[in-house]
Design a protein around this ligand. Structure first.
Ligand code: NAD
Length: 499
């Protein structure tokens, strides 16, 4: 039995970051584990209500009393570019820390997650360089300007599945539009983001990026419920999202919610078969299967169903599961013991409920300390089966056959979620009809996972509220203000002046 080594010496203790200084929170110490060997590697000090007060006071002070929110676009672009450079200059250390928290494969962290994290800052630098405004002239002689002003102090809540890529999208947008931010990373994966916050101290003035640590119901809910917060940007599960939105609603704090998914990957007989097979495997197994946008329900047209499923299973058996530090690894450990057990419980239940486990479904037999499972595929008894209706959030594919376009559309939309749909076909009328019928915020045709940051990303139904992307973020992270000015002095009605 192998016991994989930690990617990097872990920090003994993880604390918060307020006013560009380490902040020792008032709460409990929470253990943090490395998923690759299952051992406790550190503790984080939980921030409580008092600590959130301090973080909000610091952000408010910077927002209200310094020139941060009024920086010129040129200066703000410089700041964003400098943030990007900090990530690129520290990519090795940040990657190892991201790996320590998440168990994601180091090669992918460096090659994708951190490149994307750096690019998030460049993207918003480019976006604000072309920011546009509205101006209206009217025949009564008025000029009306619509100004966009920073929203204020924003709370950013991130999940554990891709901490750097997801949280930096929020940080970069907050900074680009002149806000002060308080970030709460997932309590499971604090290492990379706290390191980033400390590295940014030479670029961001104090109070612009504060970071608080702790569990959702303690630290997260104190942040969401704080009256000094002007926006909440949340990425996480649908159940948590409901709670967050309800807490934020008491203060009428606007929220964006990037939530869960159970996305249909629809493979038509008219598809380029090999590309569709590759796309289906990438769609469910990349990022250790822990992705909101995973193509976790694979719907395949009856004519090619048996062959497609058989070849998918054969390929799945060859996937290399193991040490995230090994360059050859394709799937690393699941992020936590609790999450691993939850995923495995779906495989156990599947048998009882009449679904058929085609491959996988067990913990890796030669690796009992880390949280490793076999990549899994199940033939669902129908789309009503639990494995087709609940988000499993792991390397776990569920297959369902379909006969016609109509049936594919009906099955694909038969879920509470609506984040992403994948369509594989070379027949244009099919592509048009099916993409127009999908009740999802994103449709990928003959490609897995294309993210264009200028375009909105987010979900229909229980997959989200609001969107992230260029203009969507501009709207969310700013307030609109309408200013009307007469171009020449007007003759006003003289109240109180006898006619
Ligand atoms: P989660 O909902 O358990 O936690 C997300 C974050 O919310 C964490 O930081 C957590 O501490 C915090 N939190 C928990 N309870 C809270 C509360 N009451 N108030 C405030 N904050 C609270 O999600 P997770 O398990 O970390 O992440 C996995 C989920 O995230 C999946 O459902 C996945 O689909 C979703 N996700 C969605 C997207 C997207 O863009 N739509 C992207 C990535 C992940």
């Amino acid at each position: 039995m192998t016991n994989f080594q930690n990617p990097i010496d872990p920090p003994e203790i993880v604390k918060g970051w307020i006013d560009n200084k380490v902040h020792h929170g008032k709460g409990k110490e929470i253990p943090v584990f490395y998923p690759g060997n299952g051992s406790q590697v550190s503790v984080l000090v939980e921030d409580t209500e008092d600590d959130i007060d301090k973080a909000v006071e610091s952000a408010r002070r910077t927002f209200d009393k310094t020139d941060w929110s009024k920086l010129s676009v040129e200066k703000r672009i410089e700041v964003l570019e400098a943030c990007r450079q900090v990530i690129l200059d520290n990519i090795d250390e940040l990657a190892l820390l991201e790996c320590l928290g998440t168990g994601l494969i180091l090669r992918e962290i460096k090659g994708f997650h951190l490149q994307r994290a750096a690019y998030n800052f460049r993207f918003f630098a480019q976006y604000i360089s072309q920011a546009h405004g509205e101006r209206y002239d009217n025949t009564d002689g008025y000029l009306t300007l619509v100004n966009r002003e920073p929203a204020g102090v924003v709370g950013l809540i991130a999940p554990w599945n891709a901490p750097m890529a997801l949280a930096t999208m929020k940080i970069a947008a907050a900074v680009a539009f002149g806000n002060c931010a308080i970030l709460k990373p997932s309590e499971q994966t604090p290492f990379s983001l706290i390191k980033l916050a400390t590295l940014l101290r030479d670029v961001l003035p104090e109070g612009v990026l504060n970071l608080v640590n702790g569990r959702g119901p303690v630290t997260g809910s104190s942040l969401v419920s704080h009256p000094g917060i002007d926006r909440i940007s949340f990425t996480g599960g649908t159940v948590t999202g409901r709670q967050v939105m309800s807490d934020a609603g008491k203060q009428l704090t606007p929220c964006t919610m990037e939530l869960g998914g159970k996305s249909a990957n629809i493979v038509f007989a008219s598809a380029d078969y090999e590309r569709a097979l590759d796309g289906a495997l990438i769609g469910i197994f990349s990022n250790n299967g822990q992705q909101c946008l995973a193509g976790s329900r694979i719907l395949v047209q009856e004519k090619i169903f048996d062959k497609f499923v058989e070849e998918f299973v054969q390929r799945t058996k060859k996937i290399k599961v193991g040490d995230p530090l090994n360059d050859k690894t394709e799937i690393g450990p699941i992020a936590s013991k609790q999450h691993m057990e939850r995923i495995l419980s779906f495989a156990e239940n599947a048998q009882k409920e009449g679904d058929k486990v085609l491959v996988g479904g067990k913990r890796l037999s030669d690796q009992k300390t880390g949280f490793f499972i076999e990549p899994t595929a199940v033939l669902a008894s129908s789309n009503n089966s639990k494995v087709c209706q609940e988000e499993i959030f792991g390397p776990f594919a569920s297959f369902v056959p379909f006969k016609s376009e109509e049936e594919a559309i009906s099955i694909a939309n038969d879920t509470e979620f609506g984040l992403v749909s994948y369509i594989w076909s070379d027949h244009m009328p099919t592509i048009m009809k099916v993409s127009e019928s999908m009740r999802s915020g994103v449709v990928w045709v003959n490609t897995p996972m294309m993210r264009e940051l200028r375009a909105p990303f987010g979900g229909f139904k229980n997959s989200g509220v609001g969107r992230e992307g260029g203009y969507s973020c501009e709207q969310f992270y700013t307030e609109e203000k309408t200013v009307s000015i007469p171009k020449t002095p007007l003759n006003l009605k003289k109240f109180g002046d006898e006619l």
